[in-house]
Write a protein that binds this ligand. Structure first.
Ligand code: 3PG
Length: 307
């Protein structure tokens, strides 16, 4: 009987785990659960005899891949797979997949929720501002970006998007203004919501020049990855302009600087919360187990990211 390890330092909702187990058992797969683990050794020993692995932001390093002597597939239940060493996976004949789109609405709702929270001064009792009529720029018009655009339109915001890989016609069909460059997006949109992946090209790519150019009361909303921000550049821009704000789903490495200097101009979730809803956990978890079964039984490599 093939064995699937669910290795989630940040656990799925119980209903998602039940759903995964149910589908696996019906297909004659065994499920092993490793939740809230706090040492690499626990992960290394759990992966030792499994055929497949479902993870979230859990770090699947060369060491983890090599410890999985029977490992054939890792599915990242979510979108970003920057936490998986793809090179080592490929070298060890391990297929890596993600589950695109399955948790996107949850992340988009959090992006908008953080914007409302900031606009209302963290519910401090003082007069805040509304999102209606403000301009939002979506940086990368993928699954999450599209949901953010849709919700923002419900707030009567003016929605723009920049994405070098998106089709202009398709963006405009959604009633979203297509912008040609990142520079123009940041220069013209009071809110910018980031949805770019973290990779060699994007890491530290959002910095001083883009942020300094934002309109009055600019707000950078980051539900993507902290690694895409040039933190020194961000701090410099916020020091020079006391109307700039940064809200992020997970704190930057230099969060103490923000606490000391930018009172009321930032908000960071204590733990990455974007995809942390029952619905997103169920969607992504069920998609992951189905992808594993289809791969092991039928060789289906749809959603493989290390081709
Ligand atoms: C993703 O890439 O899918 C999101 O960042 C969610 O990550 P999480 O599963 O660790 O919450």
């Amino acid at each position: 009987m093939a064995k699937i390890l669910i290795a989630t330092e940040k656990p799925f909702a119980p209903a998602a785990v039940d759903g995964i187990k149910d589908i696996a058992q019906k297909a004659n797969f065994e499920v092993v659960l490793l939740e809230k683990y706090d040492s690499k050794d626990q992960l290394l020993s759990a992966v030792a005899d499994v055929d497949a692995m479902i993870i979230r932001s859990d770090k699947v390093t060369k060491e983890v891949i090599e410890a999985g002597k029977n490992l054939k597939i890792v599915v990242r239940a979510g979108a970003g797979y920057d936490n998986v060493d793809l090179e080592s996976a490929t070298a060890n004949n391990v297929v890596v997949m993600n589950t695109p789109g399955q948790n996107s609405n949850a992340v988009a709702e959090l992006a908008i929720g953080m914007m409302v929270f900031l606009a209302r001064g963290g519910f401090n009792g003082k007069a805040g501002s509304e999102l209606k009529g403000k301009t939002i720029g979506i940086h990368a018009y993928g699954n999450v970006g599209k949901y953010v655009a849709k919700i923002a339109k419900g707030f009567d915001m003016k929605v723009c998007a920049y994405d070098p890989f998106a089709n202009k016609g398709a963006v405009e069909k959604d009633g979203v203004k297509f912008i040609d460059s990142a520079e123009e997006l940041y220069r013209t949109c009071q809110y910018v919501s980031l949805h770019i992946p973290a990779n060699d090209k994007t890491k530290k790519s959002i910095g001083y020049d883009l942020l300094k150019s934002m309109p009055k009361n600019g707000v950078l909303v980051n539900t993507a990855r902290k690694e895409v921000i040039d933190e020194e550049g961000l701090v410099k821009a916020m020091e020079e302009r006391n109307d700039l704000h940064y809200i992020s789903d997970i704190a930057p490495d230099n969060k103490d600087v923000f606490a000391g200097k930018f009172d009321g101009r930032f908000f960071f979730t204590p733990k990455k919360m974007g995809a942390q809803t029952s619905e997103a956990n169920i969607n992504a978890g069920i998609a992951a187990v189905k992808q594993i079964i289809n791969f092991i039984n039928d060789g289906d490599t749809t959603f493989q990211v290390n081709k």
